[in-house]
Design a protein around this ligand. Structure first.
Ligand SMILES: NC(=O)c1ccc[n+]([C@@H]2O[C@H](COP(=O)([O-])OP(=O)(O)OC[C@H]3O[C@@H](n4cnc5c(N)ncnc54)[C@H](OP(=O)(O)O)[C@@H]3O)[C@@H](O)[C@H]2O)c1
Length: 242
């Protein structure tokens, strides 16, 4: 996303009313971006504090006609991939963004560490057990489709669009600790601490809009102040320089 023009960059946030979405609004407004967004009608009031500064398109994020209108003319699209309900919510949302965002737009998607781009992530047995249990529970009680978030990312990875899929660690609230560090694979020692402030997950998403090195990457992130990041950040820099 070019920063070189005098016109304010226009960014669409899909899933703007959630916790991650609202943090992303703040980061975008701080940078002087024009912000539009999509959220469920019943959640519009959660954005009252921003109502004079942003434009909202109320609707489900997998409603293609809403997404088509919302992303029009945008330089970047920040999408919160949420697996809620039994309705192909994540894949429907991702597909609409891939189909309707302007061709040169930077597309940034959020998900968790369970997503793998190349199958080379190494998960602990505890993580795999927890994921299997949550996936089963969500299916039985019909409150979420974890597999559909996997399908959404499969479609993104197969797309020639300028995408980045940001994989968040366990999240915590609290003041910013700075831009998270990242690695390509779960299991890399720099990620061991498995914690990121939600406000910094949002910061990484917004920062990715102007970081072309992240195009076609699925960075797994961790707080830059975490123990593992402080211990291994030097390793990461030298690995990525090779
Ligand atoms: N939570 C974690 O520990 C964690 C860890 C790693 C990665 N992540 C990733 O971070 C991103 C944000 O997750 P978050 O946990 O921080 O939540 P969040 O920011 O609050 O976002 C949840 C989103 O889901 C929507 N939503 C909630 N219930 C819904 C329903 N029944 N039907 C349709 N939409 C619904 C919310 O919209 P409304 O405002 O309308 O409710 C909101 O846009 C996700 O991509 C997630 O995969 C989360």
């Amino acid at each position: 996303m070019s920063q070189g023009t005098s016109k304010a960059l226009k960014v669409c946030i899909i899933g703007i009313s959630g916790k991650l979405g609202r943090y992303m609004v703040r980061h975008c407004l701080d940078r002087g971006y024009e912000v539009v967004g999509v959220c469920r009608e019943k959640s519009v009031e959660k954005l009252d504090e921003f109502k004079d500064s942003i434009t909202i398109f109320p609707g489900m994020t997998n409603e293609r006609a809403i997404i088509e209108k919302a992303v029009k003319g945008c330089d970047g699209v920040l999408t919160v991939l949420a697996p809620w309900g039994i309705q192909q919510y994540s894949s429907g949302t991702a597909q609409a963004v891939l189909d309707y965002a302007p061709s040169e737009a930077r597309l940034i998607f959020s998900c968790g560490w369970h997503i793998t781009k190349d199958g080379r992530d190494q998960y602990s047995k505890g993580f795999q057990r927890m994921l299997r249990f949550f996936t089963w529970l969500a299916r039985v009680f019909r409150f979420a489709e974890v597999d559909d978030q996997v399908e959404a990312c499969r479609r993104i990875f197969a797309s020639p669009r300028k995408w980045t899929v940001v994989r968040g660690s366990d999240l915590e609230e609290g003041p910013s600790e700075g831009l998270p560090v990242w690695s390509q694979h779960i299991g890399d020692p720099i990620l061991n601490s498995n914690r990121t402030r939600r406000v910094d997950f949002a910061l990484f998403m917004v920062d990715a809009l102007s970081n072309d090195k992240l195009i076609h990457e699925a960075p797994a992130i961790v707080s830059c102040q975490s123990e593992s990041a402080k211990k291994h950040h030097g390793d990461q820099i030298s690995d990525q320089a090779v």
